[in-house]
Design a protein around this ligand. Structure first.
Ligand SMILES: C[S@@+](CC[C@H](N)C(=O)[O-])C[C@H]1O[C@@H](n2cnc3c(N)ncnc32)[C@H](O)[C@@H]1O
Length: 471
């Protein structure tokens, strides 16, 4: 994923940081579907492809080659995603092969970085989906997120990075006949993929908070032959009681919490897949209803993502202060550089093939449970003290200390705190995010202290208290 930081406030091309602009809620509106299906005629792909068409037909060897724009690029895109290992099942592969991503776009935005001004802006790129240029198709069928709505310098909607879409679909395991709720319709591309996965016996309902975005998705879904996907233009906080219960609920937006409505609208054996903010990222959490108390949820981290934050009722509260800017100039040059603590040095045999992001994930997740103000900035990530005038950042090689007032004592204290946390994490056996069990208890329910596990942490969310346990 594209990673950005600093003034631009972008986390990746599909995601923005908190502190976003005016909400666009409006009253609940169902974007109505036409009475008859407009599924396009079966299509063919280039010779040798074995790609399912939207109508579910397969190419017969020797059949006329398609002349439709984008078919070849889409076939190459599927192969590219395959080579990245992103297509975790045949069903996902077939769905991705069947849906024409370019038909869900009419424009997108390119980021323009002004280095002199140290600022970022978006430039709108208009796209004629009926007469796409080869350059446009190349961009659409690359592994890139495309921002499709902005507000100032904040991205407000996008089609997510395709390998992440594919990974999430694999983890979601939506099957033929399933009923699925999607939070964040955006372009409608993922809703179409979900519809391919659940088939005509299944049901897809997708909710989008921005009315104009929902209306465009509705039109594109109709044009591409998915009139039976329900698109609801409203805040997804209350879910969709009219379409419930669901086998699966998936959010394609960064969640600050779970909604009690989502939990209640799950079938007893269903689950949700949510990018749920924990400090510096949105790990993908699979959450089921607790069989012993259906008001509670039980979750595990099963993947990683970074999404634009949710709007509406669950609007981001950012308990880790990641969106609050540090004082100007603070992070320009370190006042002190400390050696990397032993507890953060990877074991000689470990971490050989890990990317920097993968290497630091376990400790970053631990920090989200144990530290209050987190930072990720250029050189690395770390913690800040409450006034945000002192920051320590971990890089691959060292710990860098920054202080606005040059207060070396407070810098040393903050560094000691970081080393303490690193040692605590090391003493626990350097747990991975996947090792914790996450229990979501409604805030109105006081957890019974006797039932708390031996090692636990709290994340205090809007609706739920998340009790994080290391079994
Ligand atoms: C990353 S985009 C979704 C991508 C989409 N699934 C696709 O296939 O193009 C996130 C979307 O979530 C929407 N969103 C944000 N908060 C929401 C809320 N509370 N309810 C419904 N949609 C929301 C945004 O307006 C945005 O369009």
């Amino acid at each position: 994923m594209l990673g950005h930081d600093g003034q631009a406030k972008l986390v990746d091309a599909q995601a923005t940081r908190a502190g976003s602009s005016a909400e666009c809620r409006g009253s609940p509106v169902e974007i109505r579907r036409p009475a008859t299906s407009s599924r396009p005629a079966a299509t063919t792909m280039s010779a040798g492809d074995d790609v399912q068409t939207p109508a579910g037909d397969r190419k017969v060897e020797g059949e006329a080659l398609s002349t439709r724009p984008g078919d070849q690029e889409r076939a190459d895109y599927v192969m590219h995603l395959e080579s990245l290992g992103a297509l975790g099942s045949d069903a996902v592969r077939q769905a991705i092969a069947a849906v024409r991503r370019h038909r869900f776009l009419e424009a997108w935005y390119h980021m323009k970085i002004d280095e002199k001004q140290n600022s970022l802006s978006f430039v709108r790129h208009v796209f004629d989906r009926d007469h796409p240029t080869p350059e446009d198709l190349e961009e659409i069928y690359s592994n890139r997120a495309l921002v499709t709505a902005v507000d100032g310098w904040l991205a407000k909607s996008s089609t997510s990075q395709p390998d992440l879409i594919a990974e999430m679909l694999t983890l979601l395991d939506a099957r033929q006949g399933h009923s699925v709720l999607e939070i964040g319709t955006g372009t409608g591309y993922n809703a179409a993929l979900l519809r391919e996965l659940v088939g005509s016996d299944g049901k897809v309902c997708s909710i989008e908070i921005q009315e104009d975005v929902a209306a465009l998705a509705r039109r594109h879904l109709d044009d591409e032959g998915y009139p039976d996907v329900a698109v609801l233009a409203r805040d997804a906080y209350r879910g969709a009681a009219e379409e419930a219960p669901f086998d699966r609920i998936v959010a394609t937006v960064g969640c600050s919490d779970i909604s009690p409505y989502w939990l209640n609208q799950l079938k007893p054996d269903g689950f949700m897949l949510l990018p749920l903010r924990h400090g510096l990222g949105d790990p993908l959490i699979r959450i089921e209803r607790d069989p012993e108390d259906p008001n509670c949820g039980i979750g595990r981290v099963i993947g990683y993502a970074s999404f634009m934050p949710i709007e509406g009722e669950l609007r981001w509260r950012d308990p880790w202060g990641t969106s609050i800017s540090t004082a100007r100039g603070l992070l320009e040059s370190p006042v002190r550089t400390y050696p990397l603590p032993e507890s953060l040095v990877p074991p000689a045999s470990g971490g050989v093939n890990l990317t920097e992001t993968q290497r630091w994930r376990p400790f970053q997740f631990f920090l989200s449970l144990t530290a209050q103000l987190l930072r990720r900035q250029g050189i690395g990530f770390g913690i800040a003290e409450s006034a945000l005038k002192t920051v320590v950042l971990v890089s691959d090689a060292a710990v860098h200390g920054y202080s606005l007032d040059g207060h070396v004592r407070s810098l040393d204290n903050l560094h000691d705190r970081l080393v303490y946390l690193a040692e605590a994490w090391d003493d626990l056996g350097r747990p991975n995010p996947e090792d914790y069990v996450l229990r979501f208890v409604p805030r109105a329910e006081i957890p019974d202290l006797d039932t708390l596990p031996k090692r636990y942490w709290f994340v205090d969310r809007l609706q739920y208290l998340e009790i994080v346990e290391l079994p």
